[in-house]
Design a protein around this ligand. Structure first.
Ligand code: BTN
Length: 260
């Protein structure tokens, strides 16, 4: 059982603790289907997720009791469906702030919203937006943060705060900091708008204005590898890459991969 007392005004004020569950994102969805007025900021926490979901239909690996696996409800009705990437930026920065403060160095955000330390993934974010009309009606925000796990078996290089610092952390205290940072970034977006957040996102973006290799899948199924520089993220959340021929190309989430 975690005791959470974050210094926030709404995120994490109502905590639902599950000793084990399939997926905290799915559990928030179930709670919403039972009560459509579920309070904004309600969070589901578990030390053991048995069917954790990642982006692109991947699974999320996390040893029981060692990491953060949590999801909460937001109602960002001030964000239009067109601008929904702004929410990714605010949440990514809140997670970034938390890791950057605890890990010695090398924290980056990899588009769209992976958190890396020294090129290895320490955190992942799964945002599920529900659109009504032109705007987001509500969002389920799922966060997996690797805290005390000592090794990973998956294909993608992963790390934890422990592996980077050789220190063990108290998971409930990191959750409190995480909720405070996310609420702070979310309220910045709501009250001040997107411009400053976008600049900060760029300042921490992996390979921003650097040359790297990318892989795209062509319409005929073939793989094309090309060199390019990340120039930014357009208003649709697509990654803008300047390729070797000087052309600026825009890629959606499943259309391009960083190769490293
Ligand atoms: C990614 O692939 O990078 C996103 C991973 C998101 C994992 C978290 S863990 C808590 C929440 N519940 C899930 O099933 N997934 C998210």
């Amino acid at each position: 059982m975690y005791k959470i007392s974050a210094n926030t005004s709404f995120i994490g004020k109502s905590v639902i603790y599950m000793p084990s569950c399939h997926s905290t994102n799915d559990h928030v969805g179930t709670l919403l289907s039972q009560d459509k007025n579920l309070k904004e900021g309600t969070i589901v926490l578990t030390p053991e997720q048995t069917k954790g979901r990642g982006q692109r239909g991947n699974t999320w690996e996390s040893n029981p009791n060692e990491n953060i696996t949590a999801s909460f409800l937001l109602r960002p009705q001030f964000i239009t469906a067109r601008n929904q990437f702004q929410l990714n930026v605010a949440i990514s920065l809140g997670v970034f702030d938390t890791i950057h403060h605890l890990a010695p160095s090398g924290t980056k955000i990899k588009w769209p919203n992976d958190i890396l330390v020294k090129n290895k993934k320490v955190g992942g974010i799964l945002i599920e937006n529900f659109i009504v009309g032109q705007n987001i009606s509500h969002s389920i925000i799922g966060i997996g943060l690797n805290i005390n796990q000592e090794s990973f078996v998956g294909d993608f290089p992963a790390t934890s705060l422990f592996m980077e610092s050789n220190k063990k952390f108290q998971v409930p205290r990191v959750i409190e900091t995480l909720l405070e940072n996310i609420e702070n970034r979310y309220l910045m977006l709501k009250n001040e708008g997107y411009d400053r957040l976008r600049q900060e996102y760029y300042s921490h973006l992996f390979w921003y204005h650097e040359t790297g290799s990318f892989q795209e899948i062509l319409p005929n199924g073939e793989i094309n590898i090309f060199e390019g520089q990340i120039l930014g993220v357009n208003e649709n959340g697509c990654l803008s890459i300047g390729d070797e021929s000087g052309k600026i190309r825009h890629f959606g989430f499943k259309e391009v991969k960083h190769l490293y």
